[in-house]
Ligand binder design. Structure first.
Ligand code: PRP
Ligand code: MN
Ligand code: MG
Length: 176
C-alpha cells in the first residue's frame, strides 16, 4: 500500500477548540437531562473520548459499529450493523457521535434503526460535515467543522485502517 502524502487540514488545537465549543452547546441544550452518548466505531473513538470530557450532565456511553461496503474512499450504500448497543434507549435522550458525515448513508441507516426503539430524543453531533458528496438530505444537530470535498485521515479517520491515531486531520493528496 502506498504511503499517503498528507497536508494539515485541521490541527489538533483547532479540533480541540471545536470540541470545547460543541461541549458548551450540548451542556447548554441538555442541562441536567441524562444523555446516552452513542459513539459510532471505529471512526468516532477519539472524538467521543474528547467530547465526553467536556460534558457536565449525567451521561452514559455506548457504542455501535456500522460498516459500509465499498472502496476505501467511497461508501457503497450497503450498511451492515456489526455491533449493536448494549443498553436500551427507549425513553432516553440519545446523542449520536460521529467523526464525519460524508454521503450520509451510514447516519441515515443508523437513525432509522435507533428511531424504531423510541428514544425520547435523538440528535447527532458530527465533528466534520462534508457536504459535497451528500446523497441523502440529512443535517447533524451539532457540527464541529464543515469542509469541501477531499479525502481526509487522522483523529479517528482511516485509510485502510491506518492513520486513525494522528492527532490532527490531514488531507490525503492523490497519488498515482
Ligand atoms: C466512515 C466514517 C463515518 C462514515 C461516513 O466510517 O467514520 O462513519 O464512514 O460516511 P457516509 O456518510 O458516506 O456513510 P467507515 O464506514 O469507514 O467505518 P470506520 O468508522 O470504522 O472507519
Ligand atoms: Mn465510521
Ligand atoms: Mg473508515
Amino acid at each position: 500500500m502506498p504511503e499517503l502524502k498528507l497536508k494539515t487540514l485541521f490541527s489538533a488545537e483547532e479540533i480541540e477548540r471545536q470540541v470545547v465549543r460543541l461541549g458548551q452547546e450540548i451542556n447548554r441544550d441538555y442541562q441536567d437531562r441524562e444523555i446516552i452518548l452513542v459513539g459510532i466505531l471505529k471512526g468516532s473513538f477519539l472524538f467521543i473520548a474528547d467530547l465526553c470530557r467536556q460534558l457536565q450532565g449525567p451521561l452514559t456511553i455506548d457504542f455501535m459499529r456500522l460498516a459500509s461496503y465499498g472502496s476505501e474512499t467511497q461508501s457503497s450504500g450497503i450498511i451492515e450493523l456489526r455491533k449493536d448497543l448494549e443498553v436500551s434507549i427507549r425513553g432516553k435522550h440519545v446523542l449520536v457521535v460521529e467523526d464525519i458525515i460524508d454521503s450520509g448513508l451510514t447516519l441515515q441507516s443508523l437513525l432509522h434503526r435507533l428511531q424504531e426503539r423510541q428514544p425520547a430524543s435523538l440528535k447527532v453531533c458530527a465533528l466534520i460535515d462534508k457536504r459535497a458528496r451528500r446523497e441523502v438530505s440529512l443535517e447533524a444537530d451539532y457540527i464541529g467543522i464543515t469542509m469541501d470535498d477531499g479525502f481526509i485521515v487522522g483523529y479517528g479517520l482511516d485509510y485502510d485502517e491506518r492513520y486513525r491515531n494522528l492527532p490532527g486531520i490531514f488531507l490525503a493528496e492523490p497519488f498515482e
